[in-house]
Design a protein around this ligand. Structure first.
Ligand SMILES: [Mn+2]
Length: 372
């Protein structure tokens, strides 16, 4: 008798999305719209239930209206939903889990204690978090070896081997086998990460967040549809994209005249820019003839995308390309430009070089605008 479910985590509802200006509201709303997409997927796939393994909310202080909104959304869903509190929304006095919406919805179970939940064809082993930090393995209490039904764990923490120094809620890499689980659904890491056993079967995985939450996430914006054919059988896992927004970090080192043209071309071909957050980092040499292209880039990135930022602090004026300085009127202005030029190329430290390069670029722009 198989069990089929959706594993998701880290919705981080109420996330501030700071530093994104006008795009922040859209980014926050997208996290709620993607929930609707997950519920439709659950219906299409005919799953038995939904597992949410922690950090459904950004923190315990989020707007109570948001809790009501998400609770109602899940409460209207036709299938059971099992939720564990994570380290962002731990089960503490005054937490989001005290809101009446959770008791109103008969299909939602907030796991408030580390006790098995026995269902028709499986047993769930939830590991709710009750504080923000801990050095304890949250799955340590589980012993499912004697269970005859399919055994599924729900946990939130850092699987051993992640590039994080702090031993915060550490989860052993072989926790599923060690505890006798057929599958251990883990939250906390925002990218999808499967942990294959030596035989290739995956019994422990991060689903990752359902909607990308920041730049640099490697494989986020998905849920996992998991089917376990029977007790001891290898889970069949499908990673399904659910995110609507794309966060693109693009780095370019430009060192030849005209190479900004390639960057422009790439930026112009990004599809659905209104659903893309773009961070474009430029480094290398800025040639006078490329200045209009840089202006075009700034204009396109700044207006066409949901959010766009051009980080061009790494650009310095090309050394052999300072003819424009000679066209400045003689006197203090030209002398200052010459000194900045020297600083930009051979300043004593990186900061001094960067500051001088910025000043020089701004001076050039001023010159262009004034037509001198
Ligand atoms: Mn977390």
């Amino acid at each position: 008798m198989s069990v089929r479910f959706i594993h998701t985590a880290d919705w981080q509802i109420g996330m501030k999305a700071a530093g994104l200006g006008n795009a922040a509201a859209t980014v926050r709303e997208a996290r709620i719209h993607s929930i609707e997409r997950i519920l439709r997927l659950a219906d299409d796939q005919g799953v038995d239930f939904l597992l949410i393994t922690g950090d459904l909310f950004e923190d315990n202080a989020v707007d109570r209206l948001l809790i009501r909104k998400v609770g109602d959304l899940l409460g209207r869903f036709s299938r059971p939903v099992y939720i564990i509190p994570g380290n962002h929304d731990p089960l503490v006095p005054g937490s989001v889990w005290e809101h009446p919406v959770w008791a109103e919805a008969s299909n939602i179970t907030i796991a408030r204690s580390a006790d098995p939940i026995e269902l028709d064809r499986c047993v769930l082993y939830p590991c709710p978090l009750k504080e923000k930090y801990s050095t304890q393995d949250p799955t340590a209490w589980i012993d499912a070896h004697q269970t005859e039904k399919i055994a599924i764990g729900l946990a939130h923490g850092n699987v051993e081997g992640l590039p994080e120094a702090e031993p915060d809620y550490p989860i052993p890499r072989d926790a599923a086998r060690r505890r006798g689980l057929d599958f251990l659904a883990v939250g906390h890491w925002h990218s999808h990460v499967p942990y294959p056993d030596p035989d290739g079967s995956v019994r422990l995985a991060y689903s990752g967040t359902h909607e990308t939450s920041k730049f640099g996430e490697r494989d986020s914006g998905n849920v996992l549809v998991v089917e376990i054919p029977g007790r001891g059988a290898t889970p069949v896992i499908e990673c399904v994209p659910t995110g609507a927004l794309r966060w693109v970090s693009s780095r370019h080192a430009v060192n030849e005249e005209g190479s900004l043209e390639d960057v422009l071309r790439e930026v112009r071909t990004i599809e659905n820019p209104e659903a893309v957050l773009l961070r474009l980092s430029l480094s290398g040499l800025l040639f006078t003839s490329d200045r209009p292209r840089l202006s075009s880039l700034r204009e396109i990135v700044g207006t066409r995308f949901l959010f766009g930022a051009v980080e061009d602090e790494g650009l310095i004026p090309a050394p052999d390309d300072d003819a424009w300085i000679e066209t400045l009127p003689g006197g203090p202005l030209r002398e200052a430009a010459v000194r900045m030029r020297e600083q930009a190329v051979s300043g004593s430290d990186e900061q001094a070089r960067t500051v001088a390069a910025r000043a020089l670029i701004e001076l050039f722009d001023l010159k262009e605008q004034s037509g001198t």
